[in-house]
Design a protein around this ligand. Structure first.
Ligand SMILES: *Cc1c(COP(=O)(O)O)cnc(C)c1O
Length: 382
């Protein structure tokens, strides 16, 4: 297989057979002419069931993660919903990390809870505790994010996959933060990878999407069935934008990682900051495992601000280049307050986040400008 950046540019992006167009056309058609009943020209009959632009993206995603097959959805949560409904039946159990993405937790707890799916949230960074919980509760799925959102915890994917498999569970890795440019969970023992392609994979904050990538064909046909039967597929234009973003994923992640490392180091030394969560810092408890399973440490970091909630709220209100907004992974830097923004859906639950926490999605701008922006905003805290 060719190298990552070569796959990012070429997988699923073959010049158009008919015209030679280097960029494959966007197939907006909802339906396809048949040469006699059931006699399809290229296997396509209706765009929910199959669409060439979506197929191109799926081929690319499978190649990037080293997977057997990929499925592209209307959002990350739509992808998660189909995976959970494919694998789980009433009475089944899920074990997930205790700082999972708020929307994932809400889906498992708030939606699947009503269909008699149980769950246990546990610190998956502690493999001894994780093993106890997993062997005892016998889940169908162990669900992990590494690095996690918003506390950037690191979980040993290989170690956790051995425990999950010992218990007869699937290991699902949400690889949204690392992306396949930095970490390829299927090669470390995971069974299925989940993405919110809204984030780094799309990379430009202009498209919402999600994906599932499977290691082998065990679940592929059943996921394909629900992908079509429930219908939360990505539209052709969304699929095109996502494919366009993927071509620069590798170089964007290089820059995101380099900028985030310098910001993490600067904030660690800043008197207004209590704590910095970034796996690239040697003081991070997951640094060594991250260095083994990731090629770089990514563009996300969180800090706890001295001065509590008020200082955190003032900090996020005072930056000028870092835009106050939810989401992450675009070329532009964003800053947010998880307690009442991205993680508002877990307030009051076991997944509640600290009220002096600020999360940064570090973009690809000039590092000097980003550092100036953050230090000026911190200087203005009273
Ligand atoms: C955003 C996000 C999701 C949900 O994806 P959507 O595209 O917003 O539906 C899932 N996991 C992680 C880690 C995310 O950041």
């Amino acid at each position: 297989m060719s190298g990552f950046n070569t796959r990012a540019v070429h997988a699923g992006q073959h010049p158009d057979e008919l015209t030679g167009a280097v960029i494959p056309p966007i197939h907006l058609s909802s339906t396809f002419a048949q040469d006699g009943v059931g006699n399809l020209r290229a296997g396509y009959d209706y765009s929910r069931s199959g669409n060439p632009t979506r197929d191109n993206l799926q081929e690319s995603l499978a190649a990037l993660e080293g997977g057997h097959r990929a499925f592209s959805f209307a959002s990350g949560l739509a992808a998660e919903d189909v995976l959970l409904r494919t694998v789980l039946r009433p009475g089944d159990h899920v074990v997930l990390g205790n700082d999972a993405y708020g929307g994932t937790y809400r889906l498992i707890n708030g939606v699947f809870g009503d269909w008699n799916i149980g769950h246990t949230a546990v610190d998956l960074g502690d493999l001894t505790e994780a093993r106890n919980v997993i062997l005892q509760s016998k889940p169908k799925i162990v669900w992990v994010e590494t690095p996690s959102n918003p506390l950037l915890k690191i979980v040993d994917i290989t170690g956790l996959s051995e425990i999950a498999h010992e218990a007869g569970a699937l290991l699902v890795v949400d690889n949204t933060f690392a992306t396949p440019a930095l970490q390829q969970p299927l090669s470390l023992g995971a069974d299925i990878v989940v993405h919110s392609t809204t984030k780094y994979i799309g990379g430009h904050s202009d498209v919402v999407g999600g994906a599932l990538i499977v290691k082998d064909d065990t679940w592929a046909d059943r996921i394909a069935y629900l992908h079509n039967a429930a219908g939360a597929v990505s539209g052709p234009f969304d699929a095109y934008l996502t494919s366009r973003g993927i071509k620069t994923l590798g170089i964007r992640m290089d820059r995101h990682s380099a900028n985030a490392q310098l910001i993490a180091e600067a904030l660690l030394a800043h008197p207004a900051i209590e704590n910095v969560y970034y796996p690239g810092l040697p003081s991070h408890p997951g640094h060594e495992i991250a260095a083994q399973q990731m090629s770089q440490f990514g563009g996300m970091l969180s800090v706890r601000v001295k001065g509590g909630q008020k200082a955190a709220l003032d900090f996020v209100a005072n930056t000028k280049i870092f835009t106050l907004a939810e989401s992450l992974g675009g070329v532009e830097s964003l800053i947010e307050y998880p307690y009442s923004m991205t993680h508002a859906s877990v307030a009051g639950t076991e997944l509640e986040v600290p009220d002096n926490l600020v999360r940064l999605s570090v973009g690809i701008e000039e590092i000097a400008d980003l550092l100036d922006d953050l230090t000026s905003a911190l200087a203005s805290l009273s």
